[in-house]
Design a protein around this ligand. Sequence first.
Ligand code: FRU
Length: 490
Amino acid sequence: MKQFKFNKYTTILEVQKEQLEELIRFSKNDPWKPIFHIHPECGLLNDPNGLSYFNKEYHVFYQWFPFGSIHGIKHWAHVKSKDLVHWERMPVAIIPTEEYEVHGAYSGSAIVKNDELLLFYTGNIKYSEETRTANQCLAIMNKKYKISKSLVNPVITGIPEGYTGHVRDPKVWEDSGKYYMMLGAQRKNLTGTLIIYESNNAIDWNFKGELKTSLVNFGYMWECPDFFKLQGKDILVFSPQGMEKNGHDYQNLDNVIYAVGTLDINELTFDIEYTSELDKGFDFYVPQTFQDALGRRIMFGWAGMPEIQYPSDINQWAHCLTVPRELILEDNVLKQKPVRELETLRNDHKNIQGMLDDNLVEMENDSNSYELDLEFTAIQSSEIQLTLFKSEGEAFIICFDLKKNVVSIDRQNFVNSVGKEYGYVRTGELKIGEKITARIFVDKSIVEIFLNNGDLVFTSRIFPKETITRIEISATGTLTYHVDKYNLTR
Ligand code: FRU
């Protein structure tokens, strides 16, 4: 294997253009590179950042270390799109060159103000592996995509009293002429929380205090908070680290929670009516949302997990984002629906329908980038299995246990395995009844499963040895199936 050796604090300014091009060429032919998911040309992608609709275009930034699949010094990469499905790569947006961000331009969010896009991010400073501090910073993008760091940076220096160096990932929003910044934080007693700053101009910030919720002793750090309103309710999303597995909950190393309720910004309270996880798959973390011109609340997540090695690492790239998902609140449950623009990628429609009676049906397949829309009705079965990525010795098994109303996914059977030490099965509860609907997006090495209109979602990375794999459905008992399949191409 070819070895590329870069120091983990190398920025893109310190490397010859040819060296980067060589890395891009090296990663290019990796068969696991997705077609319609945002991913890096080379290097490691993690959190989605600065999601926005600005000047009639969608903008997605993401955490990026360009030189190999390690969590080296983070830059903000930038892609833009007119339709949420065709993305154009833009010059790197933020390169951590200044003292106040010397160990990385960490995650953050965007707001539009006076015809400019304000990008808030964390300047990370590490004194040693254990001790660090953080500054909150601002970069401004104009309508010609020119990005300049604010001359008053950092807009917030250091950490307020009572918290460790883990304070980061600003989520900024405006309400009634005031600006608020919410940050993920770790208290001195090593528990996770959120803190809030306030400003009249989005430049001068005052520390307001800690947000009080009923979630005490809830993990050791909360990363990447998001806050928005949907159908009259306030919604908080954040990613707690260090949660203990509990039945179907917190099955990953790091997890994502949403809470529906009411924020009182003066009292600094968030009254929770309902809380749940967003996604039950193996690889879903630190999502972020934004509102577009049509008023939709759209979310992208990072389809990856920190601290896990992935098979594409040897090809010098890692991770991708999820497809954009529209969020809809129904009876306090956040449902996720892939945005309708994805339908424009459909071609080669195939359809199968019929009845299963203790047997198996296979669907013809000639591409590993596709959408499957399934409907199972008249279900009189105890178990249904849908197998994707099936080839000699390999299988990704989605199992519907109709007795327990539990859906499980299993990625045990792969030569190129991922996250063995964290288990090969994930589960979620779903009221199944006599009908199941599923929309499934497969793109080379990622699968996103949306069950019963986005009630239960699983995002997972799979690294099959074959580039085209089979699709099978089997049932113990009887059911009627109706399946539409589309290849998705750009
Ligand atoms: C979450 C995270 C953020 C941080 C960023 C650094 O994955 O740890 O808290 O800003 O990644 O890349």
